[in-house]
Design a protein around this ligand. Structure first.
Ligand SMILES: Cc1cc2nc3c(=O)[nH]c(=O)nc-3n(C[C@H](O)[C@H](O)[C@H](O)COP(=O)(O)OP(=O)(O)OC[C@H]3O[C@@H](n4cnc5c(N)ncnc54)[C@H](O)[C@@H]3O)c2cc1C
Length: 344
């Protein structure tokens, strides 16, 4: 929808149409954890190691600018955007030793010498167990994914973007006069240009793109009386993440306990991952308490050999903006702007 909005802005006289297979948006955007996610030190340091410093910081810049765009375009209240601060839980001192250098690298982006700062003294107030260090990031926030999708849809409609729901594209054929999109239930569509924004679900239409679907699972507890922490929290390079959502605990991740089973397009929760999340909840987040789990859900992310999104022109008439590596809430505004910028 960000792509459609930027295209509408750039080409006011063109017809812009979003074809979506679900009766409402059926991908990760309505199933994520609602982190307005800057990123945690272990995650960023790992990205620097695998992608190199320049690319990792470029990716971080896209996220940072994306979050700013969300706040500029929508009133915080409309999407429940809260700059609640983010924290990383650490049990390893090595990362702390690298914080000064990381902060130096981030200075140009955030304009502050202490993007990340050690805040171990807050740990007793939060009530976690088995954690020795805490790092705070005041740029991180949270939002309501459903409200964001709704707000984007309303804005796009207001700008004249058209939506076709329950319209799954089964095949694409490019000719001299346009792109023919064969839909599962018909009728077919003809477009002058096409942008694939199909993220994790792209393989059937774009088998050559380096992309692997990765399931993310989440649980939500009943309200926990006297819950001691607020903010968003990351552990182990973001493989575990949780936040206080109106005094409930929203907890997701644990994909690193079973990578192979989670490379899937099946959008349902599984016992092993849910058990891993519950173990983390009861032993580390709220030791000694056992609130009921009221909701469990799964969504599908798109990963690849590296974390940079694929924002490319594929042919004369086709483009793609996909592979959001589990951070598409933050990345999508920058990705949408970039792909619109590439189209003439
Ligand atoms: C559990 C979980 C937690 C997450 N937490 C966060 C987070 O806290 N912060 C963050 O930044 N990101 C998070 N993410 C990642 C984020 O949700 C995604 O990166 C982002 O939503 C991707 O947006 P998208 O529009 O590219 O893809 P999607 O939202 O997946 O949209 C793709 C759409 O394409 C449609 N589609 C696919 N194929 C076809 C077809 N052939 N024809 C028609 N329509 C089709 C799908 O139905 C879908 O609606 C999380 C993801 C998950 C699963």
């Amino acid at each position: 929808m960000w792509t459609a909005i930027y295209l509408r802005q750039k080409f006011p006289s063109k017809k812009i149409l979003v074809a979506e297979r679900g009766i409402t948006p059926a991908g990760a955007s309505t199933r994520n954890a609602g982190f307005a996610c800057f990123g945690s030190p272990t995650e960023i340091l790992s990205d620097i190691e695998t992608m190199g410093k320049e690319k990792a910081l470029q990716l971080l810049t896209m996220r940072f600018e994306g979050l700013r765009t969300i706040q500029k375009v929508f009133a915080n209240g409309a999407v429940d955007f809260t700059v609640c601060k983010g924290y990383e839980l650490l049990d390893d001192i090595q990362v702390l030793e690298r914080l000064p250098l990381l902060n130096e690298w981030l200075y140009d982006l955030t304009g502050t010498p202490a993007t990340f700062c050690q805040q171990d003294e807050q740990l007793p107030d939060f009530g976690f167990a088995n954690i020795t260090h805490l790092v705070e990031n005041r740029f991180e926030g949270s939002l309501h994914p459903g409200k964001l999708v709704n707000a984007l849809h309303q804005l796009a409609v207001k700008m004249g973007v058209r939506f076709l729901w329950s319209t799954e594209i089964r095949a694409v054929e490019e000719g001299n006069n346009g792109v023919k999109l064969t839909t599962v239930h018909g009728p077919n569509l003809i477009a002058e240009r096409l942008v694939y924004c199909t993220n994790a679900f792209s393989h059937r239409l774009l088998p050559k793109v380096d992309l692997v679907p990765a399931r993310g699972q989440v649980l939500l507890t009943e309200p926990v009386p006297g819950l001691k922490f607020t903010g968003t929290f990351h552990y182990q390079e973001g493989y575990y993440y949780f936040r206080n959502l109106n005094d409930r605990i929203l907890l997701g991740g644990a994909r690193n306990t079973s990578f192979q089973t989670e490379y899937t397009l099946e959008q349902f929760t599984t016992l092993p991952i849910q058990q891993a999340l519950e173990a983390f909840l009861y032993t580390m987040i709220i030791p000694g308490q056992r609130p009921a789990i009221t909701h469990r859900w799964a969504g599908i992310m798109a990963m690849g050999k590296e974390k940079m999104p694929v924002v490319e022109q594929l042919s004369d008439r086709s483009f793609c903006a996909l592979r959001m590596s589990g951070m598409g809430v933050a990345l999508a505004p920058s990705v949408g702007r970039k792909i619109a910028g590439m189209m003439e």
